[in-house]
Structure formats: structure tokens, C-alpha cells
Design a protein around this ligand. Structure first.
Ligand code: IVH
Length: 670
């Protein structure tokens, strides 16, 4: 190769083109292997000739080595949220309030922009280079996710043109187009992972992954909508010009923005937007109306440091429909919860035909007096499952029937149980066929026994073929049996048998979570396994002994004890023991464990753990939890809205970690 500079230039062009085809056009032009080859060649040239490793080289988009935790980042300007305006009147009231502060807003004009429903991010550009990318966090402090954001192809690493302020924070929304979301979920299901609930969660969760290579695979996108200048001046005077500049600098701008002379014109466009929102290729949850003139924006300012007066989110009420409730059926969940749901006469709701809706639980049905045969109002908001709001009693004919929760499980006939203080009714039989499907899917899921390749479709197939009746049968499956089924080749059959065998090595905590004891999530499972050490000890523990485990309350203790008092569950454990699954866990001994001798402080609201659970995990791993931060503190675990303890930790230079990192530390095998 004669000229490395020229070759590097060629490679960059080819890779950029391939990226565009893969991410944006969603129509890959070259194979993954070919892409990797080009990529490695470019990396090699850049390694040998560092002067050719340009800041905006696509090699920078690969991200970095997996991080062990996310680091806090303080925004130079707060990331604000928006007030809502439902309907025309509320939007008018918004202008009225502003006009009382500055009459000029009535004539200054407005922009309308799509409100993208994704994850808010802030990108710091210094002299036109992306230096930090961060999540919103609590608006003041977020988490630095720079390498993750570098994998988002819509984000320029270096700004185009020259006219940009020396230091600014670009605000935008990272989102996942519906198409990419569906693809991602198909891939997850095929790999035996649970599907993600909606594109917003997929985007937000994607951004917080520790391995940026995983982020790249999600094919996240970003629209920019705001520039906050820290040093220098913005070369424009209106919101509309800001959008044009963002575009000129290399950002993607949501194309449906408009400028309007006054609020009357904005109001007139709302029916158009309401229709448009349903048709966009990504999740959107309203229209942001903004005062166009930036001098007026500044004059109006911010309410309570949180919401700008100059912008408001115009929301549209969720779609409500009226239809007949034909029947109430019961679906048996994996923990045995009997979930009532409504069979509806099909009705159009926001472009979707709805023929079923959740009814939550028997108490709610009674409270709302929903009867079989009633005309009911049904609502569908965004991604959530349609819900029955309530009946229209005026339409009753007298032939409606009052519903009562069944006394026996509809799938297996076992008497249903309703624990004190709970609204749900349960089937207590772990061998109940209704629970089995959901239970096996859960058993195989990533956080449980992590059996790759055993997703819902495969589970259904194995059940239908009569090859399995419960989770213990998985361990007796053979390649010969599997290859006789549809969609199983020799290789996939072998892989599945191997994956099942490999799961036998999972520790007791995974198994305790996997067998689906009511109220026992993965964190509680770790607490129980560490405390009791073996399945035998846990099985024979009394309710009182279980309640003594820090972080485990009476509801959980009751559920655990009653699980093991059920004969069919005992038999299941016996079969799993005979299949030689791991039935023990390294026990937590005070002064031993991955956090032995360490002192931790908890502050703020953690995403999944309660204070008590986090404390119990730390203690279970041999550590100590103290109430205040000092130089002797080993680490502060900070969540949302962390206050003075976080500040003190930063002042003393004490390490600050998040929940994910804590979980990693306590789970580290001794
Ligand atoms: S402007 C200073 N414009 O909505 C005003 N926000 O509920 C702040 N969002 O945190 C935001 N699309 O992440 C603005 N076109 C848009 C938006 C938008 C989505 C998000 C943004 C903000 C949240 C507020």
C-alpha cells in the first residue's frame, strides 16, 4: 500500500457509507465480516500513523472497553422539563400567563416541534468537538455516557462549518425508530431474552449499557432541538434559526417543525399534528410549542428552576372508545397470579383494533362495578395495554352478570388463595399447566437460569410436543428428540442441550429466582441464597427465620414458606436436585465476602433497590452501611435526587458508584 493517508481516506469513506446504509437506510450494503475487515484495516493504519487518526474517524465510533460503572456528570446548564397543556384552552391559558409578563409574546410568533419520546441527552462541544455526552439524570447531574453516544451515527463528533460558539451543550432526544425496536425485540426473543416494553425504554436502557458495542447494536438515533451556549454567542435570534443552525452543524432535526405568526395559527394546526403523531416512524408524545424569539424566551425565563415559561408540551388526550364487554377471562401468570382480562367487541382505538383489555384484579372490577355484558369505556395510551376505565350503567338492559373471581384455578382446579393484604388471587400449584408456560419462559430468562435459545416460541413448541411438562424435564431433553421438531437443525438442537446443561452450574440464587416464588425478585433471591446457603436449609426455614433476613419483609417470608409447604413444589425441587443442579451458594459470613471490611453510604433513590434491600445486600457481602460520609467511607452509592451526602463524597474525594456497580460488586464470587 503506497499511500496510507489516501488509503485511510478511502476506508473512512467506505465505512461511513456502510454505516449510513446500516443505521439510516436500514439496508446494509456489505456483510458484517467485510465491515470488520475495513474497520480493522483502518485501525491498523491509524495505529501506525497516529497523525491520520482524525478526531472524527469512524474508528472513534466503536466506543471503548466496557465500563465498570457510569460516572456522574454535572450539566453546566440545567436540563429543563416541560409543562403540559391538554387541549386548546390550556394552551390559550399558557399564552395569557406569558402575555402578563411580556405583552410582545402575542405577536412574536411560535414554533411547533414534535415532542420525541425517547431519552434526553446533553452533548458538550468544545471548539466544535464532542467532548462529553450525558444522560439527563435529575436535570442537574446526569451520567457521562460519551462512548455510548459516539456509537449513535446521528451525533457529529466534530461540528460542520465554522460559526459555532466555543463551548455549548446541545440538547436532544435519543430514540429508537419502531422498525429498529421491533427488530431488536425479535433478536432478543430469538436469543431467549425478554422483549423490551417500548422504544423509549429500549433507548434509555440502551444508553446506560456498560459495553458500548452493545449500544451500537441497538441502532439508536438522535434528533437535536436546543443549543445552550456557555462561552461565545449564538449566531441567531430565533428558535427557528436555531434549528437550521443545528442542522447545518451536522445534527438531525425532526422535519415536521413549523413557524407560526400567532397562537391562533398554532391552534389551527393541532388536528393535523394529532393525526401526524400516530403515523410517525418513532414514538412521539405531543407537540412542543415554543416562543420563537430568543430575546422573549430569555425575558420569560424559567419557573422554579425546572420548566421554561417559553415552551409547553401540547398533549393529546389518550384515545377512549366505547364497546361491549363480552366476557371476563382469567390468565394464569407465572407466579400463579390469576389475571382477569376483558374480551371486548372489537373497537378501533387510535388506528388499532382492540379486542381485549386488562382488568387488573377482582377488587377493581367490584369497585368499578364492571359487569359481563356491560358497555364500557376503554382507553389506550401510547404503548400500554388497553384498559377498561369503567362501565356505562345507563346503557344496562338488566341482562348483565356480576363477576366474581373464581374460587379454583381455571387451569388446574386447585383452590385459589388470596393472601391477606393483597388484591391478587393466586393458584398455589407450581405444577399448574396454566403457570407452566410462563414459568418455563421465566426460568430460562437471562436473569434466571440464562438458557440461551430457549425463548417463548421454543417453550411453546416443547410443551406442545409433549417433551416437557415442567422445568425439570428440560434437563432430560436429548438432541435426538429435538431434531425431530420443526425449526430444529442438528446444530441448534445441540446448542440448546448444551445451554440447558450449562445452566446446572448457576448458583442457588439464580435458581431461587428462576423457580418463580411469588415476590421473590432477583435481589431478594440473592439475599435468601446467601443467608441460607443451601436449598435444603431454605426449604426447611420457618417463616420467622426468613423474616429475620435483612431486606426480607413478612410478605416475602410468607410467600417463600408457603411455596415450600406445597407438596408439588417439593417434588419439583427433588427432580431438579436429581438432575444435579447447583443447590448451594457461598454463604455470607460477617467479615467475609466481596465487600469484607468496606464501609458504604447510601443516598438518593436507587432505580430498583429499596434502601433496606441495598443495605442488606451490602451486609450480606460482608460490608457495613453507615449513615454519614467521612474519609473512611469506601464508597457512596448514589441514586436520583442524591443530596448533601453526594456533595460531601465529592468534596472528600470518596468514590461514588451507582446501583448497577453495587450489584456487580456484591455478586462478585468470593
Ligand atoms: S425543549 C428547554 N423540544 O421532552 C426546553 N424538548 O418533557 C426543554 N423533548 O426533557 C426541552 N422533544 O427531553 C424540547 N422538540 C423538543 C422535544 C423535547 C422531546 C423532551 C426533552 C425534555 C422533555 C420534557
Amino acid at each position: 500500500m503506497s499511500n496510507p493517508a489516501r488509503r485511510a481516506g478511502e476506508l473512512r469513506k467506505q465505512i461511513d457509507r456502510a454505516n449510513h446504509a446500516y443505521y439510516i437506510a436500514d439496508d446494509p450494503e456489505i456483510s458484517d465480516a467485510e465491515y470488520d475487515r475495513l474497520f480493522r484495516e483502518l485501525q491498523a493504519i491509524e495505529a501506525e500513523h497516529p497523525e491520520l487518526a482524525l478526531f472524527d474517524s469512524p474508528t472513534r465510533r466503536l466506543g471503548a472497553e466496557p465500563a465498570t460503572s457510569l460516572v456522574k456528570h454535572t450539566h453546566r446548564r440545567p436540563m429543563l422539563s416541560l409543562a403540559n397543556a391538554f387541549g386548546e384552552e390550556e394552551l390559550t391559558a399558557w399564552e395569557e400567563r406569558n402575555a402578563r409578563l411580556n405583552e410582545d409574546v402575542r405577536k412574536g410568533g411560535y414554533t411547533t416541534e414534535i415532542k420525541i419520546d425517547g431519552a434526553a441527552v446533553s452533548l458538550t462541544y468544545e471548539e466544535g468537538r464532542l467532548t462529553v455526552g450525558a444522560t439527563r439524570g435529575n436535570g442537574t447531574v446526569g451520567e457521562a455516557i460519551t462512548t455510548n453516544l459516539q456509537t449513535v451515527s446521528d451525533i457529529p463528533l466534530v461540528l460542520r462549518g465554522a460559526k459555532f460558539p466555543a463551548l455549548m451543550e446541545i440538547r436532544g432526544e435519543v430514540y429508537l425508530p419502531y422498525k429498529n425496536f421491533e427488530k431488536l425485540n425479535q433478536e432478543r426473543i430469538a436469543a431467549g431474552d425478554p422483549p423490551l416494553a417500548n422504544p423509549r425504554n429500549a433507548a434509555a436502557g440502551g444508553l446506560r449499557q456498560l459495553d458500548s458495542a452493545d449500544v451500537r447494536k441497538r441502532r439508536l438515533r438522535m434528533f437535536a432541538f436546543q443549543a445552550e451556549v456557555i462561552e461565545g454567542k449564538l449566531p441567531f435570534a430565533t428558535q427557528h434559526e436555531m434549528l437550521s443552525h443545528l442542522e447545518a452543524w451536522g445534527f438531525q432535526i425532526e422535519p415536521h417543525h413549523e413557524v407560526h405568526a400567532d397562537l391562533a395559527a398554532v391552534q389551527k394546526r393541532m388536528p393535523h399534528y394529532e393525526e401526524l403523531l400516530e403515523k410517525l416512524p418513532f414514538q412521539a408524545d405531543g407537540v412542543v410549542v415554543k416562543v420563537n424569539r430568543r430575546d422573549l424566551q430569555e425575558d420569560l425565563g424559567v419557573v422554579g428552576g425546572r420548566e421554561p415559561r417559553w415552551a409547553v408540551a401540547r398533549k393529546f388526550a389518550p384515545e377512549v372508545g366505547v364497546t361491549r364487554l363480552l366476557e371476563i377471562n382469567i390468565n394464569v401468570g407465572r407466579t400463579g397470579a390469576l389475571n382477569p382480562w376483558a374480551v371486548l367487541e372489537p373497537v378501533e382505538l387510535g388506528g388499532v383494533t382492540v379486542s381485549s383489555a386488562t382488568l387488573h384484579n377482582g377488587d377493581l372490577i367490584a369497585q368499578k362495578d364492571i359487569r359481563i355484558g356491560d358497555w364500557v369505556e376503554v382507553v389506550r395510551a401510547g404503548e400500554v395495554i388497553p384498559q377498561v376505565i369503567g362501565p356505562l350503567p345507563a346503557k344496562r338492559t338488566g341482562s348483565e352478570r356480576v363477576f366474581a373471581m373464581p374460587e379454583k384455578c381455571p387451569a388446574c382446579g386447585t383452590p385459589a388463595e388470596r393472601p391477606d393484604d393483597e388484591v391478587m388471587t393466586y393458584c398455589p400449584n407450581a405444577a399448574c399447566p396454566g403457570r407452566i408456560f410462563e414459568g418455563i419462559v421465566h426460568f430460562a430468562s437471562r436473569d434466571a437460569m440464562d438458557i440461551r435459545g430457549l425463548g417463548p416460541e421454543r417453550v411453546r413448541q416443547l410443551l406442545d410436543a409433549g417433551l416437557i411438562g415442567d422445568v425439570s424435564d428440560l434437563y432430560h431433553l436429548t438432541v435426538d428428540q429435538l431434531v425431530k421438531l420443526d425449526r430444529f437443525a442438528e446444530q441448534s438442537a445441540e446448542q440448546l442441550v448444551q445451554a440447558i446443561a450449562a445452566s446446572k452450574a448457576k448458583p442457588l440464587s439464580s435458581l431461587v429466582f428462576a423457580i418463580g416464588i411469588r415476590h421473590v425478585g432477583k435481589n431478594v433471591a440473592v439475599l435468601l441464597a446467601r443467608r441460607f446457603g443451601t436449598m435444603d436449609a431454605l426449604e426447611s426455614a420457618s417463616e420467622e427465620e426468613i423474616t429475620e433476613v435483612p431486606g426480607v419483609g413478612p410478605t416475602i417470608a410468607q410467600a417463600v414458606a408457603s411455596f415450600f409447604h406445597t407438596l408439588s413444589n417439593d417434588r419439583l425441587i427433588e427432580r431438579l436436585t436429581n438432575a444435579r443442579l447447583t443447590m448451594s451458594e457461598p454463604r455470607a459470613i460477617q467479615g467475609d465476602g466481596p465487600l469484607a471490611g468496606k464501609s458504604y453510604v447510601l443516598t438518593g433513590i436507587l432505580p430498583t433497590l429499596s434502601r433496606a434491600e441495598a443495605g442488606a445486600l451490602i451486609e450480606g457481602a460482608g460490608g457495613r452501611v453507615t449513615g454519614s460520609v467521612s474519609k473512611k467511607t469506601d464508597a457512596v452509592v448514589a441514586g436520583e435526587e442524591a443530596g448533601s451526602k453526594l456533595e460531601k463524597a465529592q468534596a472528600l474525594g470518596v468514590e461514588v458508584i451507582d446501583e448497577a456497580e453495587l450489584l456487580r460488586r456484591v455478586r462478585r464470587q468470593e
